[in-house]
Design a protein around this ligand. Structure first.
Ligand SMILES: Cc1cc2nc3c(=O)[nH]c(=O)nc-3n(C[C@H](O)[C@H](O)[C@H](O)COP(=O)(O)OP(=O)(O)OC[C@H]3O[C@@H](n4cnc5c(N)ncnc54)[C@H](O)[C@@H]3O)c2cc1C
Length: 382
């Protein structure tokens, strides 16, 4: 019988986990794991905590290849599910019998139409914080003495960066469009505590957006929509993520993580757009959840080949945590749009997100990691 080929496109959290699961469940064919040209895959969660802070080198963050698979570092430019083929940057065209797309996300950028932005980016004083290249550039910029750093965006990555840079002695200004950032991800009660935490440690300008940039030889000025000017040595743009190419709109999957209803195409991690009932959809961009999705997609795929039992619908329940100014914010599952926020406890503060039918889909707490672990096993049960 002809040997089957499964292509795993992307080799971060989701791709590595998918490949490991395919091997672990005894898939006997060829497993090809594709990563970007010239970039050894790495653990993205360490980009700020490890590399930006100088605790780790890029080499120490590398993800090893999964034994029993072939790794190919050749950026996928596009895939054609109906023709079962992938077009690679090298010009090669690869055929597959089934594929799992796990190309993750990329940072959402500021509108280049903002006056002075392209010039400020060209000086290296305005950067994103997503890749090892970003972290190395930031580290280079901040190497000498305490610096003035403005973080634009107070989502999880922006918040964590502000906290880490403050701890490192830099003078941090945190700017966010929302008056209370992070409400969609953490719920209002926890988000308000996070906002207070930031206020106690860094300069916060919430409810403000960038209007223009002006670069000088030794600094960059950021003009906000209220006319205020912030002088900085570096501006970090942390405006969340969007799905990565070649699936720039994200890949819509069903509850088995099958993309576009194609039996041979799956998606997992930051690129996958998951269904949450009532037509609502969501991308989840957390490391453990991406890994769980990768494993689930691999099981679903092997089930379609008749090799393992049906893993059932995917239900997000993985944990995540972030340390901000000495306080741990931990959560599990997701706050699906439209769910109800309910306080499960005030000391410590724990918020549960429930569907209108009363099913818990997510939980978040402040300094409550143990309780969150207990809660994670109760999610999606009525
Ligand atoms: C600074 C930072 C800190 C974070 N900290 C945390 C944290 O503490 N906890 C947490 O839960 N989450 C954290 N996250 C989010 C977490 O890293 C992501 O949710 C997770 O990496 C998503 O996994 P993924 O497999 O979907 O994508 P990734 O891990 O990004 O992997 C995608 C892979 O696909 C490759 N790829 C992309 N495009 C192509 C292509 N066209 N062809 C071939 N290969 C391609 C990439 O090179 C990469 O190897 C952080 C993110 C950032 C940016």
């Amino acid at each position: 019988m002809r040997e089957l080929t499964i292509a795993v496109i992307g080799s971060g959290a989701a791709g590595t986990s998918a490949a490991r699961t395919l091997v672990g469940l005894g898939f006997g064919g060829r497993i090809l794991v594709i990563g970007e040209t010239g970039r050894a895959p790495y653990n993205r969660t360490l980009v700020d905590k490890g590399l930006m802070t100088g605790l780790l080198t890029a080499e120490q963050m590398a993800l090893p290849a999964v034994a029993g698979t072939e790794r190919l570092l050749d950026t996928a430019l596009g895939f054609d599910a109906s023709a079962s083929s992938i077009r690679l940057a090298s010009g090669a065209e690869l055929r597959f019998d089934a594929a799992i797309v796990a190309t993750g996300s990329r940072p959402r950028l500021l509108e280049t139409a903002l006056p002075g932005l392209p010039e400020a980016i060209a000086t290296g004083r305005v950067t994103t914080l997503h890749s090892t290249r970003d972290a190395e550039a930031i580290r280079g910029r901040l190497a000498v003495g305490p610096r003035r750093v403005t973080v634009l965006g107070a989502g999880l990555v922006g918040s964590e960066a502000a906290s880490l840079l403050h701890e490192a002695g830099h003078q941090v200004t945190l700017v966010a469009r929302s008056k209370v950032p992070l409400v969609p991800a953490l719920g209002r009660a926890v988000a308000e505590q996070v906002a207070d935490l930031h206020r106690g440690h860094v300069t916060t300008l919430f409810g403000r957006t960038a209007a223009a940039f002006k670069h000088h030889s030794d600094q960059v000025d950021l003009l906000l929509d209220d006319g205020r000017v912030i002088e900085s040595d570096l501006v970090i743009v942390a405006h969340g993520t969007v799905a990565s190419p070649p699936a720039s709109e994200g890949l819509i999957v069903d509850d088995r993580l099958r993309a576009h209803g194609e039996a041979s195409l799956y998606a997992a991690g930051g690129v996958a757009v998951l269904p949450f009932g009532d037509g609502r959809r969501l991308r989840i961009d957390h490391w453990d959840d991406a890994a769980a999705q990768g494993a689930h997609a691999a099981r679903s795929l092997l089930h379609s080949l008749g090799q393992v039992d049906d893993p059932g619908p995917y239900r997000a329940s993985s944990r995540f945590s972030i340390r901000l100014h000495g306080t741990t914010i931990a959560g599990a599952g997701v706050a699906v749009p439209g769910v109800v926020e309910r306080a499960a406890s005030y000391e410590p503060l724990i918020t549960v997100f429930e569907s209108t039918e009363g099913t818990p889909t997510g939980v978040v707490g402040v300094n409550a990691a143990r309780q969150i672990q207990d809660w994670s096993t109760r999610l999606h049960r009525t």
